[in-house]
Design a protein around this ligand. Structure first.
Ligand code: M6R
Length: 577
């Protein structure tokens, strides 16, 4: 939800910030803006729309901050786009997060004759800094005093016309990339990966100043933070020969699924020990991460382990069942999803242990957990979770099989089959997309652990194509949803040896009512109009079954003229409740 980035160094900062914002636009892309020190003043430029379609700015400046927005307070207008400034335009601020007490602060500032130009919560920040500066404090002191007035979550950059840059983080991610005499302060690493891999991961409560040197404090006390190299390759953040990150990341699964399974032995053993010890295993996540929790819970339960999947935003309903004996597996690609962080907090208050599964080992989630299992896919820039979805499924299935003492060979076989299944999926995806592109509704049916996969498949299709899509437990069909099946309704069926007989009947039922049925299954059933074969691999088969649906979602998006990387209304990282 919003991305911010700042540059402090000798080069053309406006160009660097524009390129950096483009890499952060997965966090929000309804408007963008920059503030650059030009001479003795700040030049502000703001625009609605996606930065990648915005004009390239010619602004010679070595001190620049920028923002790409996902609207929360106030609609998508130039006035609401960041940066926001004080009245004289000497202080500019960009912000990711929510200032919960902004209404009170705004009223108090209006009483002091401050004029507001936007409906945002952020605009109180430059005015507050201005307020304290007018009472004799320096920019740095005023920034720090302002922070103590704010309630809520934030990552903030404030640029003064004298070129001083102030920053702070509390509850929203912020890191500093350091190169030779250059600093990049940003919500996420891909925005500066082309310039440096040397990164300081700021802690909650950290704030600081960049003028002649970099100073960092934590809640007012001096803090010593060390830059460490990130093992990411710059090509991961580039499109290369691909048209979109979505298809690039789908194809990367040939590498990322085996990598996710290739975890440090001791780490997996430790996680398995904790799982075996707990009588109450809870798995929590949101969106795709919830779907993978639900699929994994089915594996744990099948192996006789009590396991409950909980949607992050509904975690309070599970709270009465938590105790110090509970083990929470918190799953989040970004590690910054507010509802998952809240779930961890609740679990911790009850004395539970927490294992984090995340793609960002420096994330807030990782820091709040006892054990961190990295997804290891490298940055995922498309808003849709594809390679991180299968990395989660791979690791959770590995944990389920290992803690049940089962053989994990099927997972290795699945990893080795990714390329072939992608190739097979590609043969069908374009043709099917042409056939399904005008559908108004689409259904995905599964049974057992494939029910959760059906929800994931439907999520993938709806978020990128805007076709209404539902994942249904196939047995539930006759209890309502079958009323929506009509001539030509596409229905995807996930089958395997265990469920084929029953799911074939369900497929027959929808086909009898005019549905066009695509079976993704190890065997062809007479109920399938189209069939994409995948190897029969039991629990591990789901890693492969989702791949053709990801490809279909991509082709459907193209066929319907939708941008696969930036679906409307969505942001990749949901840091507000
Ligand atoms: O970063 P997280 O895994 O916590 O994100 C959770 C969801 O916001 C995310 O999976 C979302 O549903 C994706 N758009 C799915 O493709």
């Amino acid at each position: 939800m919003c991305g911010i980035v700042g540059y402090f160094g000798p080069k053309n900062g406006a160009k660097i910030i524009q390129e950096g914002l483009a890499k952060l636009s997965y966090r929000g892309y309804d408007s963008w803006g920059i503030a650059a020190k030009t001479g003795e003043t700040l030049t502000i430029y703001k625009q609605t729309g996606d930065i990648e379609r915005g004009e390239k700015l010619e602004l010679p400046s070595t001190r620049v901050i920028g923002h790409t927005r996902w609207a929360t307070h106030g609609s998508v207008t130039v006035a609401n786009a960041h940066p926001h400034t004080n009245e004289s335009g000497t202080i500019a601020v960009v912000h990711n997060g929510i200032i919960e007490n902004y209404a009170l602060l705004r009223e108090a500032l209006i009483d002091e004759d401050y004029l507001f130009k936007s409906q945002t919560d952020t605009e109180v920040i430059p005015h507050l800094i201005d307020y304290y500066m007018k009472r004799g404090q320096t920019f740095a002191e005023s920034f720090s005093r302002t922070l103590s007035d704010l309630k809520g979550s934030y990552a903030i950059l404030a640029l003064h016309a004298d070129g001083t840059l102030a920053f702070a983080r509390k509850g929203s991610p912020l890191c500093i990339g350091i190169a030779d005499g250059e600093y990049f302060i940003s919500s996420d690493i891909p925005s500066f990966l082309a310039h440096t891999k040397n990164v300081i991961h700021l802690e909650d409560g950290d704030s600081g100043i960049l003028d002649t040197e970099l100073t960092i404090t934590n809640y007012g006390k001096p803090a010593h933070r060390i830059a460490t190299p990130v093992p990411w390759d710059i090509t991961i953040a580039r499109l290369g020969n691909h048209k979109h990150f979505m298809i690039k990341e789908i194809e990367e699964q040939q590498r990322t699924i085996p990598a996710a399974l290739n975890q440090e032995h001791a780490l997996i053993e430790q996680a398995v020990r904790l799982i075996k010890q707990t009588p109450n295993l809870v798995l929590a996540g949101c969106g795709t991460s919830y779907n993978t929790c639900a699929a994994a819970a089915a594996h744990f339960i099948a192996a006789g382990k009590h396991a409950t999947p909980v949607i992050g935003s509904e975690f309070d309903s599970a709270a009465p069942l938590l105790s110090e004996k509970t083990l929470l597996i918190a799953v989040s690609q970004s590690g910054e999803t507010a509802d998952v962080l809240d779930a961890v907090k609740t679990a911790r208050e009850k004395g539970a242990r927490v294992i984090a599964l995340t793609n960002v080992p420096s994330s807030s989630l990782a820091r709040a957990s006892d054990l961190v299992i990295p997804l290891g896919t490298g940055p995922e820039l498309c808003v849709l979770a594809t390679k991180t979805c299968t990395a989660q499924l791979a690791i959770l299935t590995l944990l389920a099989l290992k803690s049940a003492g089962k053989d994990t060979g099927t997972l290795t076989q699945a990893a080795a089959s990714v390329r072939a299944v992608l190739e097979e999926g590609k043969k069908h995806a374009k043709k099917l997309a042409e056939q399904f592109k005008d559908a108004t509704s689409l259904f995905v049916l599964g049974r057992g652990h494939l029910r959760a996969l059906a929800s994931e498949a439907a999520l993938k299709i709806k978020e990128v194509t805007y076709i209404h899509a539902e994942g249904i437990a196939a047995g539930e069909l006759k209890h309502g949803s079958i009323a929506l099946i009509e001539e030509g309704t596409p229905v995807i069926v996930f089958g395997n040896n265990e469920t084929r007989d029953l799911i074939t009947s369900n497929a027959m039922e929808v086909r009898a009512r005019g549905a066009i049925v695509l079976g993704i299954d190890s065997e062809r059933s007479p109920a399938y109009d189209y069939h994409i074969p995948i190897p029969e691999l039991g629990e591990a088969g789901q890693l492969l079954q989702i791949l053709p649906v990801q490809l279909l979602a991509y082709e459907l998006a193209l066929a319907r003229g939708c941008n696969p990387d930036k679906p409307r209304n969505l942001a990749k990282s949901v840091t507000v409740r």
